[in-house]
Write a protein that binds this ligand. Structure first.
Ligand code: GDP
Ligand code: MG
Length: 509
């Protein structure tokens, strides 16, 4: 099943449970027989929805929901399945891109007091039938009461617009109202609105928030994330565990170690192994990274192979797949970065081409960056793990120390701020750690291979080192939720990449 519901929360006025909102849309699509649909939902502030109205509809002023259908569908059936015929002409098993919905939750929940914008929208155009139309659309809706019900209403209303429904006249409004009532009943148990006072957040939310567990873990196992450098392995792992354990950068080969990310949720403990990318290399340092990745394959109960969404498979991808097949463990295919595929109908041929490359337990198109399709992925992974007790304490997120995480965070900033060979020539070690009341004092040493590199990392008048330090400190303060004092030094350690002792200390095993 390849249902994609991509929710992008670009507002923080109203605290929403995005998982529940996703469930609402999934339930509605499922009940419409649209298991292969792709839908984008953007939650916006008042100003943004007003701008969208102005830009796309030429209307000034905000409404609480706007729909941008991708297909031209005609509602014709009061049972609420007007699009079945049109959809039947699309390729079988294809992902049907329905389009985008923009919702302003602030206006939607405020409408309860002021009268719904959906209502205003229809009353504005109707002559004598206006009241009937309005009451058909916003009349007694099944399900929850209050602002929650408004959010349900605008969501389903927007979805129906994508499916060709409209309310130009009484007949079409009645048709839409019938479909709307039926769907609202289906989704009535979704609780989208967070408790009063809770604010939504723009920060990327973990796709699978860590739930308190009751100590009754029944399944556990290792899941290796493998793929060529830069495919998004670290991004996915951080997203799944809901915390930044692995460093991410646009440059390949950022991850040097085998890192564990632990998600204990429901009755399963999934231990992800984020590996350095598998790639061809003659350099002994890089060979070491590849060996680490290959070893992870043999240790894993399940392998998640990550590929980019392209029909063309290069020699590096083939090497990854060959290694997985050779390891002989069950494997899933994750096609990452689907947010980059502009035309959604381009996705199907890609899924087909990549699915044919090996025997996959399951294939998931995902976006690690946006969080698309990660919950179904997690459920499928949990289901496939062997029965057994937890492998780590239930509240543990990773197997590495806080010191290591700090060193990695500094290294991430170096990767982001310096160029050419510098990122690859640096290693970071935490040399001092002191916890005081409300303050964490950390000292770290940045090792480079040559004196010339030292100059670059320090920068003119220490400017670069200051920039690296400030960015890392800010990150660490939010990670540890306390004030951090970070002292950085740069030292030259010629040939550290070849030193076993050094690499051992750096956990590059
Ligand atoms: P790794 O080398 O496989 O661990 O890859 P990283 O996780 O470090 O990611 C490499 C780059 O790809 C970073 O710039 C990420 O932000 C980006 N990236 C990862 N996942 C996605 C995704 O789903 N969509 C997009 N557009 N970019 C992504
Ligand atoms: Mg990585």
């Amino acid at each position: 099943m390849t249902m994609i519901v991509d929710i992008d929360n670009a507002q923080d006025s109203i605290g929403l449970d995005l998982d529940e909102l996703e469930r609402l849309f999934r339930t509605a699509l499922q009940s419409l027989g649209l298991a292969q649909a792709d839908l984008s939902v953007r939650l916006v502030e008042e100003g943004e929805i007003a701008r969208l109205n102005e830009r796309f509809l030429g209307v000034s002023g905000p409404t609480d929901v706007l729909a941008f259908p991708q297909l031209e569908l005609q509602p014709s059936d009061p049972a609420g399945v007007p699009f079945q015929e049109a959809l039947a002409s699309l390729p079988p098993n294809g992902v049907v891109a329905l389009g985008d919905i923009a919702i302003c939750p602030k206006l939607a929940s405020r409408d309860l007091e002021t009268g719904s914008k959906i209502q205003k929208e229809s009353t504005a155009q109707g002559p004598e039938d206006e009241r009937a139309m309005a009451s058909a659309l916003v009349g007694a809706s099944p399900g929850p009461e209050g602002p929650e019900s408004q959010l349900h209403l605008v969501s389903i209303h927007g979805l129906l617009h994508l499916l060709g429904h409209d309310h130009h006249d009484l007949a079409s409004a009645r048709l839409m109202a019938a479909a709307q009532t039926r769907l609202l009943r289906q989704v009535s148990d979704c609780r989208v609105l967070l408790a009063e006072g809770a604010k939504g957040s723009q920060a990327p939310r973990p796709a699978a928030p860590q739930e308190p567990t009751c100590g009754c873990v029944e399944r556990s196992g290792f899941v290796a994330l493998v793929g060529r450098p830069n495919v998004g392995k670290s991004t996915l792992m951080n997203r799944l565990i809901g915390s930044k354990v692995s460093i991410v950068s646009k440059k390949p080969q950022t991850t040097r170690n085998r890192l564990l990310g632990i998600v204990t949720q429901g009755n399963a403990q999934v231990v992800f192994i984020d590996t350095p990318g598998i790639h061809r290399s003659k350099d002994s340092f890089n060979r070491r990274l590849v060996d680490t990745a290959l070893r992870s394959l043999r240790e894993a109960d399940l392998i998640c192979v990550m590929l980019e969404p392209s029909e063309v498979v290069g020699p590096e991808e083939r090497m990854v797949i060959q290694s997985v097949v050779a390891a002989g463990n069950p494997a899933m295919l994750l096609i990452n970065k689907v947010d980059r595929v502009q035309k959604k109908n381009r996705l199907l041929p890609i899924i087909e081409a990549l699915s044919a490359l090996a025997h996959w337990e399951e294939v998931f198109p995902i976006s690690a960056l946006k969080g698309t399709n990660l919950q179904p992925l997690m459920r499928s992974i949990q289901k496939r793990l062997p029965k057994g007790p937890p492998l780590f304490p239930l509240d543990q997120l990773t197997d590495v120390s806080e010191r290591f995480l700090v060193a990695e965070r500094v290294r991430e900033k170096i990767f982001q701020m310096t160029r050419q060979e510098i990122p690859y020539a640096t290693a970071v070690e935490v040399t001092g750690w002191q916890e005081e009341k409300g303050l964490l004092r950390i000292a770290a040493k940045i090792f480079v291979e040559r004196a010339s590199q030292k100059g670059i990392v320090i920068g003119k008048g220490g400017a670069m080192l200051k920039k690296i330090g400030t960015a890392a400190r800010k990150d660490l303060e939010s990670f540890f939720a306390c004030k951090v004092y970070l002292e950085l030094h740069v030292a030259v350690s010629e040939g550290w990449r070849q030193s076993d002792t050094f690499l051992g200390r750096q956990r590059i095993v």
